[in-house]
Structures are given as structure tokens and as C-alpha cells.
Design a protein around this ligand. Structure first.
Ligand code: MSP
Length: 656
């Protein structure tokens, strides 16, 4: 890993480019928040930073999703790209470049690279005989299928027998193994390094790098019958975005210092195909590829659209606003904090509301919030809100600040966000402890003004340092703290070098605002959350069996499915996707249902439709409206049709 005191001044960091078949969710957001945090940290250190992200658009997966929405792929992609950009803005992501693989310049670079590899004999023509998983966009030999399905996602694979081009990955196996051995920082964490090693040692085949031509993919420049395989195209984004092949800009930035990815795209792609292509192009390899773990649901399930259990981070932040009175910016940053603090970066984690709220109360409201909320009123009361001189006796936290700075540097060099935050929280604890021990209220009572000034100076100075250190993790909260300390107005420097004691300018005026973290009543809040966001009740059977398992007829019979007739349909104000439906199921009153159908259906076209309702679903409140069931709809991504009956059946009829 790049040591904390790397001599180079540039820091190039990438996220994967995300498929546009899916709206951004907590998984994509995790990688992007982590990259943003590292980028901000390196900017603070005064390095020149390039942080890139973007979207992966060609490929059958996207083409099929577009077709399901009856849209042209480009139009569909444009729409989802906007959703990604909006999400990044909402999550305080400060990227430098956003690359789309449909950018004409990228298409040219991919074709250039392909031609170059053909010319050098690294790519040759052959015949592909095997399987293809469209959701994973992965070629799979029969030997790797599990029960005839994709070993990664468990879904159906398609048989392919067609002429194709191959890249000589196998030729690089030994060199790669050696490289991994000699550069332990190349693939992190070490458990993932071992996975890649085992994969290579298992025998690396040449990679198929084309598919039969489709309109939506990048064409092979010299062969009309073929398109370039979406993964070769996608990996090239990291080169395009810095001006490959011949730009001065490229020389400045290549190679990346850190490439963050999820563990799912390491072994076949970033850990093997990618470095082999770079070796074939005679380019230096990235310094570190870090593969983080996955967020799963609190029921231990992988998130997927089809299971309807995908978490939207902005939705979580909005719910946190509802239950805590925090501002949206604070709620977003609190979620960023939670994601980076709760789980070691390389491991899987499960999202749960109790865990989030506990962190919010204990770490943010209690530890950090209290430090601020205790100190600023004391300043108002005793020192007329003016920062005093650091007179004799000041500097008590200087050692702790130095220790923390070093610990954070070491942790960030290892991409260990959790350890960095733990270190910062020790400094927060030290600030709180100093207040407890030196009790400024007693010093005031005893007229020990010099000591009083020294303690309050130290604690304020410590908060200043903390605001710098938490900035990469919680940028909006850091700004708010700086605002309250009067640092913004005083124009003090916000650099890593300023993380030292006694740099707080005396004389500045603090401006206490509202408490940043209003405490949350966890028990009450949990009962106010929508059912899906509530924690799993371990005594209840899990609502979603793990993928690939079956349900018994008894389990199925637990569902009460009824025929209903939609008697009213309205848009929900200020909620683009939601409709409020009244559905007659033969009870004395129609059921009120809030359904995410507004994107695809006009309320009028749903009137009098006969639908199937899950009648015994736990009621939930969406946008303040109670939803008393769910109507069945078709669609992997977005609902494309509602399920109806082929004969007229009276409302309330049982569906089996
Ligand atoms: N388009 C490819 C990547 C090409 S990079 C040259 C792709 N895209 S993706 O949209 O499927 O996003 C994959 C990345 O999203 C994962 O590698 C990971 O970074 C992140 N995540 C998606 N779901 C996730 C979780 N549930 N948990 C954590 N991160 C996961 O693969």
C-alpha cells in the first residue's frame, strides 16, 4: 500500500463504473463514499487528487433492461446516469470526472486498444463454446457452472457457440503470480489476494473478448460481425479517463494509486484480466486494488431488485431526518459515518436500523455532539464567545492530537476507515475527559481565569482538529462544526498539516448554532419506520428465503392473496413514483395501497383493473400514508405490468 508519506504528489483513485440497468443503491454508494473519503483525505494532505467514477453502459444486460421499459438503450442509459449523478450529489460525493462508456472518446480508445492488441498478437481469432451469464456479463465454461446456473448470481446462463476473439490471459499467469507475490499491496485485503492467487493457480484460460455484434455494444474496428466484450470496454475506462494513449495528462496520472471495487468483480476481472491487459500494453499496474465486502440485508440476504430488498441510501437518510429532526445533510453524513465505521472495509456487513441509530446516538450525538454542546455554551457564559489566548497551562491535548494524527495516517494508508474513525473517537473522548476533569464551571467559580482559558482553549482547539479529521468522512458536518467555531469566518486553514495543537487563532468569535445531532428515541423511532426498514425479528421466519432455496406449501399458504378491483387511483404529491390506490377486496371498506407504479402507469389506466393483492402484508406507512397490502406486478427492474385475472372474478376471491 502507498505509505502515508508517499513522495509522489498525485493521487488517482477510481470506483468501478456502474451498470445502468440498476438505480444507484447502498452497494454502489458504499464504494463511492469510500472513494470520496479517501479522495478528500488526500486533498487535505495537499496532494493533487483525481477521483473518477462513471457508468458502464453497453452490454446485453442494459439493452434488455431498456427493452423491458420499451426504451431505446441510449435514452434509458441517459435517464439512469442522471439518477447516479443525483445520488452522488445527495451523498456529498465530490468526484473530479464522471466517465460514460458511451462517450465517443471512450469508444475510440477502446477500439484503439483492441487494434493494438490484435496487431501485437495478444488478441487472436477463435471459436467460443460455452456459457454466458447476462446479469454478470461473464463467460463461463461448463466446468464452472453450479447446478447448471451461474456460480456468482445463481441465475440462468445461455449457451454460446460462436466465432470470437480471445486475449492471451493465460500467457500472463506466471508473471501475475510473481507480481502479486512481490507486491503484497497490489491486491488487498490479503484474503482477497489469496482468492486471486488460487484462481490463477487453478489454470487461467484465455479470455473471450468479443461477442456477436449488437447495435448497442462497441464494434470491433476490423470486423463487422463482432462487438467488444463489455468487460474489456469497461476496464478501459480507467485509461480513457486520464487521456490514454498519448496525452501528457496520462503521464501525469498513470497508474492509479487506489482502485476500489466490490469483492464480486475481483478474481475474473480486476485481479486477472485487467492487470494482464496492462502488462500486454506495457503499462505499470495500479498500486492497490482494494476489494471490499458486500452489504447484505439484516436478514442475511443479498440485495436484489427482484426481491425488493434493495436499500436506497438517500431514503435511509430521509427516514433518519423524519425520526431525529437532524438536517438532511447531517443525516446523509451520519449514514456515511455508519457505513465506514460499522464494518471493517474488507468484510461483509448487514444494514440494520438499531445499529444505525445506536451509532447515531452513542458516537455522534453523545460523544461528538456533547463535546461541542458542552463547550460552546461555556464559551458564551464565561468568555463572551471569544477564543482566548493559549496562555500558561494550555496544550494538554497536544500529545493526544499527535498520536491521533499518526494513527489516522496509518489507518488511511491501509484503507482502514474503521480504525481511522476509532482513533478520532479517542481524541473526542480525550476532549470530553479534559472537560470532566478540569471542570471549567468550578474554575470559574473559584475565579481561576487563566486555567479556565487554558482548558477552554485546549478543548476548542481539539474540536478544530477533529473537524479537519472527520471532514473526509462527514464533510457537511465538519463544515457545520467549523461554522459554529467561527473558523469559516476567520478563514483558518483546513489542511492535514493543521492537525496540530495550538493552531486555533485567539480572538475569533464562536457562533453556537442548534445542536447538530438531536438524540433519537430508538424504541419509538423503530416503531415509526416502514416495515421493510425495520429490524428482522429473529423469532419470525425470514421473509425472503435465501436465493436458490424452496418454500414449502405451508409457507406459501401463509400469504393471503385476493382478487381486488382498483376503485380509485391518485398520484402521491411530491413523490414521482408513487400512486395511492383504493382497492375493493370485498371487505366493508376498500384497502388503501401505496404502490411504486407512477413512473409506468397513468392513474386513469388502472381504474377498474382487476388485480391480485397480498392482503395480509404487515401495513406500513409510506410518505405518511398507510399502505395496507401490496398488489402484484411484473418486472425485474421497474414494474412493467400489473398481474390481473383472465376471467372476471368477484373482489375478494382467493388466489391459490
Ligand atoms: N459495470 C461493472 C463494473 C465495471 S468496472 C470496470 C459492475 N457494475 S455494478 O453496477 O454491478 O456495480 C458493481 C459494484 O457495485 C461492485 O463491485 C461494488 O463495488 C458495488 N456493489 C454493488 N452491490 C453491492 C453490495 N450489496 N454491497 C457492496 N457493494 C456492492 O459490476
Amino acid at each position: 500500500m502507498a505509505p502515508a508519506n508517499r513522495s509522489t504528489e498525485t493521487f488517482y483513485i477510481t470506483t468501478p463504473i456502474y451498470y445502468v440497468n440498476d438505480r444507484p443503491h447502498i452497494g454502489h454508494s458504499y464504494t463511492t463514499i469510500a472513494a470520496d473519503c479517501l479522495a478528500r483525505y488526500h486533498r487535505l494532505r495537499g496532494e493533487q487528487v483525481l477521483f473518477t467514477t462513471g457508468t458502464d453502459e453497453p452490454g446485453q444486460k442494459v439493452a434488455r433492461s431498456a427493452a423491458a421499459r420499451d426504451m431505446a438503450p441510449q435514452e434509458f442509459a441517459d435517464e439512469v446516469v442522471e439518477a447516479f449523478k443525483l445520488m452522488w450529489e445527495r451523498l456529498h460525493i465530490d468526484y473530479d470526472r464522471f466517465i460514460r462508456t458511451t462517450d465517443p472518446n471512450h469508444v475510440k480508445v477502446v477500439q484503439h486498444l483492441f487494434r493494438r492488441l490484435v496487431d501485437s498478437g495478444e488478441i487472436y481469432v477463435g471459436q467460443y463454446q460455452g456459457w454466458y451469464c447476462v446479469p454478470c456479463e461473464t463467460y463461463l465454461p461448463a466446468s464452472e457452472l453450479q447446478d447448471g446456473a451461474c456460480p456468482q448470481c445463481g441465475r440462468q446462463v445461455e449457451e454460446v457457440a460462436e466465432p470470437a476473439y480471445f486475449f492471451r490471459t493465460s500467457q500472463y499467469a506466471d508473471r501475475l503470480l510473481r507480481y502479486i507475490e512481490e507486491h503484497p499491496e497490489f491486491i488487498m485485503p490479503s484474503s482477497r489476494r489469496n482468492e486471486v492467487r488460487t484462481f490463477i493457480e487453478g489454470g487461467m484460460r484465455d479470455a473471450c473478448v468479443t461477442r456477436a455484434r449488437t447495435e448497442w455494444d462497441i464494434p470491433v474496428p476490423t470486423d463487422d460481425s463482432q462487438s467488444i466484450y463489455v468487460w474489456l470496454d469497461a476496464l478501459t475506462n480507467y485509461l480513457t479517463v486520464v487521456g490514454y494513449p498519448d496525452d501528457q495528462y496520462f503521464q501525469t496520472w498513470w497508474p492509479p494509486q487506489v482502485q476500489l471495487i466490490g469483492k464480486d468483480i475481483l478474481t475474473r476481472f480486476h485481479g486477472t484480466l485487467w492487470p494482464a491487459v496492462l502488462m500486454a500494453l506495457d503499462l505499470p499496474l495500479p498500486e492497490t486494488i482494494f476489494a471490499h465486502g458486500w452489504w447484505i440485508t439484516d436478514e442475511g440476504d443479498k440485495m436484489s431488485k427482484s426481491k425488493g430488498n434493495v436499500l436506497d441510501p438517500y431514503e435511509i437518510a430521509r427516514q433518519l431526518v423524519n425520526i431525529s429532526d437532524a438536517t438532511t445533510a447531517v443525516a446523509v453524513d451520519s449514514l456515511r459515518y455508519f457505513l465506514l465505521r460499522e464494518v471493517p472495509f474488507g468484510l461483509d456487513g448487514s444494514f440494520s436500523w438499531p445499529a444505525l441509530l445506536t451509532r447515531f446516538n452513542a458516537d455522534l450525538a453523545n460523544d461528538l455532539g456533547n463535546l461541542l454542546n458542552r463547550t460552546l455554551p461555556l464559551m458564551e457564559r464565561y468568555l463572551d464567545s471569544r477564543v482566548p489566548q493559549p496562555g500558561p497551562g494550555a496544550g494538554e491535548l497536544a500529545d493526544q492530537i499527535d498520536i491521533t494524527r499518526t494513527a489516522v495516517e496509518e489507518a488511511m494508508a491501509q484503507i482502514d476507515f474503521r480504525a481511522a474513525l476509532e482513533a478520532i473517537w479517542q481524541l473526542i473522548a480525550a476532549g470530553n475527559k479534559l472537560l470532566d476533569e478540569r471542570a471549567p464551571w468550578n474554575l470559574y467559580k473559584d475565579a481561576k481565569l487563566v486555567e479556565l482559558e487554558a482548558v477552554l482553549y485546549d478543548v476548542l482547539d481539539c474540536i478544530r482538529v477533529i473537524a479537519i479529521m472527520i471532514g473526509p468522512f462527514m464533510p457537511a458536518i465538519a463544515d457545520e462544526i467549523r461554522e459554529q467555531l467561527g473558523l469559516e469566518a476567520a478563514g483558518t486553514s483546513q489542511t492535514w498539516a493543521a492537525c496540530q495543537a495550538q493552531q486555533l487563532p485567539p480572538g475569533i468569535h464562536i457562533r453556537r448554532g442548534k445542536p447538530i445531532f438531536p438524540r433519537v428515541d430508538v424504541k419509538r423511532s423503530l416503531s415509526r419506520l416502514p416495515a421493510r426498514a425495520k429490524p428482522a425479528d429473529n423469532d419470525q421466519p425470514s421473509a425472503q428465503p435465501p436465493a436458490g432455496t424452496t418454500v414449502t406449501i405451508d409457507q406459501f399458504n401463509q400469504l393471503e392473496l385476493k382478487v381486488g378491483v382498483i376503485v380509485e387511483a391518485h398520484r402521491v404529491p411530491a413523490a414521482d413514483k408513487l400512486l395511492r390506490l383504493l382497492v375493493d377486496i370485498g371487505e366493508d371498506q376498500p384497502r388503501q395501497i401505496v404502490a411504486g407504479l407512477a413512473d409506468q402507469f397513468n392513474p386513469r389506466e388502472l381504474l377498474n383493473q382487476r388485480v391480485i393483492l397480498v392482503a395480509n402484508l404487515e401495513p406500513t406507512t409510506i410518505r405518511g400514508i398507510e399502505s395496507q397490502g401490496m398488489i402484484l406486478a411484473v418486472g425485474d427492474e421497474e414494474p412493467i405490468a400489473v398481474v390481473t385475472t383472465n376471467r372476471e372474478c368477484p373482489p375478494g376471491s382467493t388466489v391459490r
